[in-house]
Design a protein around this ligand. Sequence first.
Ligand SMILES: *Cc1c(COP(=O)(O)O)cnc(C)c1O
Length: 459
Amino acid sequence: MLLLDAALPENTPWDRGLTDQLYGGDEHYRLCQEALLGLGGVAALAALGHDSRILYHMNEGHSALLTIPLLETSGADRSGDGVSEEQIEAVRKNCVFTSHTPVPAGHDQFPVALVRQVLGRARTALLQEGECLLDDTLNMTYLALRFSGYINGVSMRHGEVSFDMFPGYPIHAITNGVHVVTWTCEAFQELYDRHIPGWRFDTRYLRYAIQIPHEEIQESHRRAKRELLADVESRSGVKLDENVFTIAFARRATPYKRADLLLRDPGRLREIAARAGPLQILYAGKAHPRDEAGKEMIRRIFQASKQLDERARLVYLKNYDWPLARQMVAGADLWLNTPQRPREASGTSGMKAACNGVPSLSVRDGWWIEGHLEGVTGWSLLDGNADRVEESDEVAGLYGKLERVILPLFYQRPSAYAEIMRAAIAINASFFNTQRVLSQYVRNAYRGLADLVEESPAL
Ligand SMILES: *Cc1c(COP(=O)(O)O)cnc(C)c1O
């Protein structure tokens, strides 16, 4: 892994700041960053001697300017003769593009005047000849689409959504995954070591979790839950009860994730807890400093939490980061996700939960369309597959599932609950992981392109 750093003494003070911030500054700053990544990235690899035998995999459009030097290498010059199909094909042989964002606003666009200011006249002309400037705008996603030999979305559904967003491009799908060993807590690591030797090297062996006795799943989960609740106490001072059903929701606090969906009707939540059994709700997630709606959503959760009682308690944990996420995905009894469709391109935290035998209750969007088997690996808010749903129906579905299905199962049929935990591991953790993702990229995306991969039999 190479990290580009602009903070060198020979750079001007302004240029030195170009690698300071991920999502900061205005569109000029942003385009300069993308020029540094795309043009500078190709130059850095060439300086290291890798120039010809490289497959470029673009993660979103941020690095798509790398296609300019590739186009130049393929013989396209700036003489005004245009760019030929052969030259474009030559670039495509070396480029893979993965889109992650099902929302048009998530794709970078720059006005041509700014492009000319940053990239210069000649390169802007090259982009024009390559038909990359539509309506005097450089759209980084279109640039990547135009020059990639393989294009994919990050879940089956997201592939379809992207196909509708960018008509005319063949868009495939490779569903995201998580790194299993990283996201599996110590208690489950030890459990897998005992029952599934080799799972660390080949995560497909997790399929055989289906044979682990329920009692051992329950015991390992108890350990993870105890650790989480101890951590909650040390962070918040609140002592929760390890025998009480614990729901976790942790995400970046941004409106489409709808963190507050569970709290639309605190009175109903109190009623559910009184009838079906007590519950504890753990929240975590920060809003981007400029995301006012995200901050407002957190405030609404705090307001609503004041209307809960001893049988339905809520704790909002500060500073959501990887270590906290790791505790939460392992120690909760249920992983809740309530995004607005179709905005969850994939989602990954439910996969992390599955590594620890924690089932999801989620909206049928992103990866959950694939990972969801009702009552087997977890639950969806709504039964059926309607395209259009009202939010009020989703709220009713969420409360209904908790009251009539999930809480009764947890309190009255613990062994049946453990069965679902086990299936979450065997069916979902064995598939929604990075080993499978990487092998799919090699087989579907890389092998069909540059010859260099075919020369390597190991792939
Ligand atoms: C996994 C993770 C995320 C992303 O979760 P999603 O379900 O994909 O939204 C965000 N933040 C942290 C700290 C994580 O561990």
